[in-house]
Design a protein. Structure first.
Length: 252
């Protein structure tokens, strides 16, 4: 009697273990006696006890964090770079059959590919053309993981760590560039101002009255200031006339 209960309990346990619930985002890769049998989608599935086994595969997008890698660029600069790789499994059976651990292997492949691509680039290219490098890494990874049923959708370099001496050199270069731009802008401003002054001088030279008006306006501006000493500008024509009269008096 006890043996019958034990047998019934074993049968119930086998039946319970044969019932599988597959989630919406999963696929169930089923093997029959060690050979690939089928790939099950969402819902309740029943397996043949002992004869069939199932491995679950998550079909959602996975964010793979690539740890910092020590890289020497093409121009012999040592940097540390880390990145994030976005991928998802497209064919569950390939991800289980073709590779032992698709997540681990994708991570290792991402690290080696990152070092290889970055090592072929110069530092200026790494800093200024990061999107282009991301695309190159993504293309290589996607091509190499395609036999595993994996689609690499994007690669993004998160951080590039430079040596301290390189940071100081780049800071000096940036400062020198800012000073150069400031000098260029100042020179362009002075050039434009000189053109305007020349135009104003040409206009005022053709209309002597405007010179007198400008002279009076300047006196008014000086008088409005709280100055202890006020200088009155004397036109050069007046100085010349006075000098001529003085020369005539001295000749007599």
């Amino acid at each position: 009697m006890i043996s019958l209960y034990a047998l019934a309990l074993i049968v119930l346990m086998l039946l319970a273990s044969s019932i599988k619930i597959i989630m919406e985002y999963e696929r169930g890769v089923v093997f029959m006696l060690g050979r690939y049998f089928a790939t099950y989608t969402k819902g309740i599935k029943i397996l043949i006890p002992v004869l069939q086994t199932m491995q679950r595969v998550d079909m959602r997008i996975v964010a793979l964090d690539v740890p910092p890698q020590d890289i020497i660029t093409k121009d012999n600069v040592s940097i540390k770079v880390n990145a994030v790789v976005m991928y998802r499994v497209m064919e569950a059976e390939k991800a289980i059959i073709k590779v032992e651990d698709y997540h681990y292997n994708t991570s290792q492949l991402a690290q080696t590919t990152l070092r290889a691509i970055m090592g072929q680039s110069e530092l200026d290219e790494v800093l200024s053309e990061m999107e282009k490098i991301n695309s190159r890494i993504q293309e290589v990874l996607d091509m190499q993981t395609d036999p595993w049923g994996i689609k690499v959708s994007s690669v993004s370099i998160k951080h590039v760590d430079l040596p301290q001496e390189m940071k100081r050199a780049m800071a000096k270069q940036a400062e020198a560039e800012r000073e150069r731009r400031a000098k260029v802008i100042n020179a362009e401003g002075e050039l434009q101002a000189s053109h305007k002054l020349r135009e104003a001088a040409d206009i005022m030279g053709g209309h002597p009255v405007s010179i007198q008006l400008r002279y009076l306006q300047t006196l008014r501006e000086i008088a409005s200031e709280n100055n202890s000493v006020t200088l009155f500008p004397i036109p050069m024509d007046m100085i010349t006339a006075v000098k001529t009269i003085a020369d005539k008096i001295s000749d007599k």
